[in-house]
Design a protein around this ligand. Structure first.
Ligand code: DQQ
Length: 538
């Protein structure tokens, strides 16, 4: 349909057509970034899963190649599901992935290696006949046994990987060890488990530097690092992570007591973001995170459009100096797509003010804004209702949306993908609450008002922002791309991605506004918005 065409993204990763899900095996090898991903070569619904393959030298412009791994052997006849790449010493890449071996979804772990290491694009991958490497043992849940991580080396020189799974309702990160990458032995104890979280998909486990901003290779250990364990929750379809201590003697992971370990744990993204995976980019000494955003449109519309799913913009991951959470920021390469720019500064927004940002393409834009406010406004922030303590941020946003009165400081923020008369808009905003002597900052990306179309999933995604307000500033960056709004609060402390499908606010009919509906004035310290150019996208 015409509207379907208008909802295609311009600078987010998408193949030409059909269904995509999890990013798989991202790696940097001999000057080339590889992204594999779960793909249905036959349609815009999940099924017939292969590892599609694209390459890039800048993570922005992508060249499609033939699928790298596809069902062809008894050990992956019914599907090639998610997995990871490991570049072993001697510059030797290997992929571990989950093969589906029967109609019951029985899962095994396989490996594949490049057919020709001198092919700069590593187009062809071989699945040796000694596969599968790992099969479920008797008594194990054969259908919750998948998604091998990138391998890391222990001090004993043996490799380790995780597989995601469950025992009853307990999520489990199974640990396997190997000396030669071929013979894998299950450790007696999983690396970690958490009660009541259900099946764990796509685990990711990696070190982050305690102090400093560069990323670390997956095998780095020592006193200067913390570890991150991320899992994707099959039941709720969101992810959570903890920061913690990797006890290498016991080969167990212990989350810090500042990291909630369960349903209400920290999330990379409080919106549409799943099955993510990170990799170490040694060319720039950084760890990069990729996440998948599925459609929030009906499956019927997906089929009509002929495509479904995007990969979100890769993010650089660092540890927040407070040691309690991660920070995420779009890769700087994205800035090479910035075109026309508008710059505002010093405008004061009183209650009810809506200021249009003109001179850029609002449907395809990158916006950075910093708001400031008076100390007295903090005192006049709306009290945080103690009964909300039992709610999560999303419920609070549902009750305290962008137009709900009674907010002293906030709601203020951006109205993205807005129609001229605001029949449609996706507000991305902050509300500041007072809770005793402290403040609670809520960030929302609210899809309820995003479209006049029926049958869409339009949640009020939200997260709290653990930010120090002593400088009386809050910043927000939003990447707007036709049917996606990807937002970063307080320099990447809280991130929220929404998929939205406006009917009026499309292409050159879309508008961008800055607004304040709080009783306290806020000032636009600086705002920069850029039109975004279209990269070569598959
Ligand atoms: N998607 C893959 C699985 C993984 C799930 C199948 C997560 O390997 O657990 O397409 O989205």
């Amino acid at each position: 349909s015409n509207v379907g065409r208008l909802h295609r993204t311009a600078y987010h990763f998408q193949p030409k057509r059909h269904w995509i899900n999890d990013p798989n095996g991202p790696m940097y090898y001999n000057g080339v970034y590889h992204l594999f991903y779960q793909y249905n070569p036959k349609g815009a619904v999940w099924g017939n899963i292969v590892w599609a393959h694209s390459v890039s030298t800048d993570l922005i412009n992508w060249t499609p190649l033939d699928p790298a791994i596809f069902p062809s052997k008894p050990f992956d006849k019914y599907g090639c599901w998610s997995g990871s790449a490991t570049v072993r010493p001697g510059n030797k890449p290997v992929i571990l992935y989950t093969g589906i071996v029967d109609h019951n979804n029985t899962q095994v772990q396989n490996y594949a290696v490049p057919a020709n290491l001198s092919d700069p694009y590593l187009r062809e991958w071989v699945k040796p006949d000694n596969n599968p490497l790992i099969v479920p043992q008797a008594g194990e849940n054969k259908t919750a046994f998948r998604d091998p991580t990138t391998a890391w080396l222990g001090r004993d020189g043996h490799w380790r990987i995780l597989l995601g799974g469950k025992r009853k309702h307990r999520g489990v990160a199974f640990l396997y060890r190997s000396r030669d990458f071929l013979k894998w032995t299950k450790a007696k104890h999983p690396l970690h488990t958490a009660a009541g979280t259900g099946n764990w998909e796509c685990p990711d486990f990696y070190p982050v530097l305690k102090q400093g901003s560069y990323g670390l290779d997956t095998s780095v250990l020592g006193p200067n690092v913390k570890h991150v364990l991320k899992v994707s929750l099959d039941v709720t379809r969101y992810e959570y992570y903890t920061l913690g201590y990797y006890d290498t003697d016991k080969d167990r992971y212990i989350p810090d007591d500042t990291s909630r370990d369960g349903w209400n744990g920290l999330r990379y993204d409080y919106g549409n973001f799943y099955a993510s995976k990170s990799f170490f980019d040694h060319s720039k000494n950084r760890r990069i995170l990729w996440g998948w955003a599925n459609e929030s449109d009906s499956a019927y519309d997906d089929v009509t459009k002929g495509w479904a799913g995007i990969q979100l913009i890769p993010r650089v991951i660092t540890l927040d100096p407070n040691g309690k959470q991660l920070l995420q920021w779009p890769i700087p390469e994205l800035e090479t797509l910035r075109g026309e720019n508008v710059h505002l500064s010093g405008q004061v927004l009183k209650k009810g003010d809506v200021v249009e940002v003109t001179g850029i393409t609002p449907a395809q834009a990158d916006v950075e804004v910093t708001f400031s406010f008076a100390a007295s406004s903090l005192d006049l922030a709306e009290p945080f209702d103690p009964t909300w303590k039992a709610l999560d941020a999303q419920d609070v946003c549902g009750r305290r949306g962008s137009t709900v009165e009674g907010g002293g400081l906030g709601p203020f923020g951006l109205l993205t993908l807005a129609s001229e008369n605001l029949e449609e808009y996706t507000p991305v905003f902050f509300r500041v609450f007072k809770a005793g002597y402290q403040h609670v900052v809520l960030m929302c990306s609210d899809a309820r008002s995003s479209s006049l179309m029926d049958g869409l999933y339009t949640p009020s995604f939200a997260g709290f922002v653990d930010v120090d307000l002593t400088d009386k500033k809050l910043s927000l960056r939003s990447l707007i791309d036709h049917s996606v709004v990807e937002s970063f609060g307080a320099r990447g402390k809280t991130c929220i991605s929404s998929r939205v499908y406006p009917t009026l606010a499309v292409s050159d009919k879309a508008h961008l506004y800055v607004f304040n509906n709080g009783t306290e004035a806020v000032k636009i310290e600086t705002l920069d918005a850029w039109s975004m150019n279209r990269p070569r996208m598959n």
